[in-house]
Design a protein around this ligand. Structure first.
Ligand SMILES: NC(=O)c1ccc[n+]([C@@H]2O[C@H](COP(=O)([O-])OP(=O)(O)OC[C@H]3O[C@@H](n4cnc5c(N)ncnc54)[C@H](O)[C@@H]3O)[C@@H](O)[C@H]2O)c1
Length: 355
């Protein structure tokens, strides 16, 4: 397993940093690409330098930081030509669907063109190396909202039993409202599949539900549980946008994301697509998340209800994990929603906060 090089983009972010630690601990040489663009997208509260420093201190010689913008095509081509990594995990992105509308060029250049830069650099320098792309459930647009729902006391629920296991990978991706973010990520998703099918490169798209964990720099526009917990601890008002606060998210801990990526890299496939979330067991509505956060912190969650929902926001989204489990039976969710929220609470309690 040793002497293998892994290139991770977005290495200072939630998923990227988790992947760096996971693989460095398993003897890989990890090179992380990040330019702290999250602070540009979201301001000082989105700053990820603290996480970069954590990786550099914790992983020592097994980790190298590359200060590079994935939009820098010649820089990306040169880095891949120099490293010829044995695997690429691409997590760098403009990750917010609300933010995308105000920065459409930055959003598309990062999410779609940045991904193309990495794919083509991989094809030119190391086409046999598996390419794992972090995609999103927003590729399905707001079409999941057309599934008939029933209203329960604290959450929405699918009425149609066809969705009792959640939404599968064959769900339609077009003719719905995606947000500009969903559209730029869909362009990247299809491009990753195409480099797989057309050039035979081992690759997969992981269409994330809510990816979460203690190392998220959660902000109002991205990182739902991380931001919700931060508001709880600091006594800040959390705004609930529409759907009676009963909108359902399925939450997966970043450690379980890294474990799935490891399983995929051990037995890569070509042009695969997986819906990657916490599944039904790790799903919650906003009200339900408040209650769990309150249990850990002992503080009441201050909130304000805004009638209007976020544009294109899912009312109920639960990932169907059966394809992941079938292709990689050694993998399953290992961290419960409850434990995940507990970890997020402890992380915010110990982190140096930017106001
Ligand atoms: N967190 C979620 O709930 C969620 C859900 C679905 C999909 N995803 C996807 O998973 C991936 C990782 O998400 P995350 O939550 O870890 O995001 P994150 O914002 O925490 O991390 C992304 C990192 O990429 C870096 N970055 C952004 N643009 C860059 C650029 N042009 N060049 C170099 N670095 C750049 C940022 O500075 C940041 O550190 C993204 O592709 C995102 O769309 C996340």
């Amino acid at each position: 397993m040793s002497n293998r090089t892994l290139l991770v983009t977005g290495s200072s972010g939630l998923i990227g940093s988790e992947v760096c630690v996971h693989f460095a601990d398993r003897g890989w040489q990890v090179v992380g690409v990040d330019n702290n663009q999250r602070a540009v997208f979201f301001g000082p509260q989105g700053d990820t330098r603290w996480n970069q420093r954590r990786l550099q201190e914790q992983l020592g010689g097994n980790f190298q930081h590359a200060e590079l913008d994935i939009r820098d095509r010649s820089g990306v081509l040169a880095l891949l030509a120099e490293l010829k990594p044995q695997a690429i995990v691409h997590t760098a992105a403009q990750p917010s669907h609300d933010r995308a509308a105000t920065i459409p060029f930055d959003d598309f250049d990062t999410n779609a063109v940045g991904t193309l830069n990495l794919l083509e650099a991989t094809r030119q320098s190391c086409p046999e190396s598996p390419f794992v792309h972090l995609s999103t459930n927003k590729v399905y647009g707001d079409r999941p909202n057309s599934i008939p729902l029933k209203e329960l006391d604290t959450r929405w629920e699918y009425e149609d039993p066809a969705y009792s296991n959640g939404i599968a990978e064959d769900f339609p991706i077009d003719q719905s409202k995606h947000s500009l973010f969903g559209a730029s990520k869909l362009a990247a998703d299809v491009m990753v599949q195409e480099y797989g099918r057309y050039f035979g490169m081992p690759s997969c798209c992981l269409r994330g539900g809510c990816l979460t964990g203690p190392n998220h720099s959660g902000v109002e526009l991205h990182g739902f549980l991380s931001y919700l917990v931060r508001c709880n601890l600091e006594g800040r008002l959390y705004k609930v946008y529409g759907y009676k606060g009963k909108q359902v998210r399925d939450n997966i801990h970043s450690h379980d994301v890294a474990r799935f990526i490891e399983a995929f890299l051990e037995a890569p496939r070509v042009a695969e697509v997986y819906n990657l979330g916490g599944g039904r067991a790790n799903s919650c509505s906003i009200w339900e998340a408040f209650k769990i956060a309150e249990q850990f912190s002992g503080k009441e969650q201050l909130h304000e209800y805004v009638d209007e929902n976020r544009i294109g926001d899912h009312i109920c989204y639960i990932s169907d994990l059966r394809k992941m489990r079938q292709h990689y039976p050694q993998w399953d969710i290992s961290i419960s929603l409850h434990d995940t929220i507990g970890q997020i609470v402890r992380s915010w309690q110990t982190r140096e906060l930017v106001a």
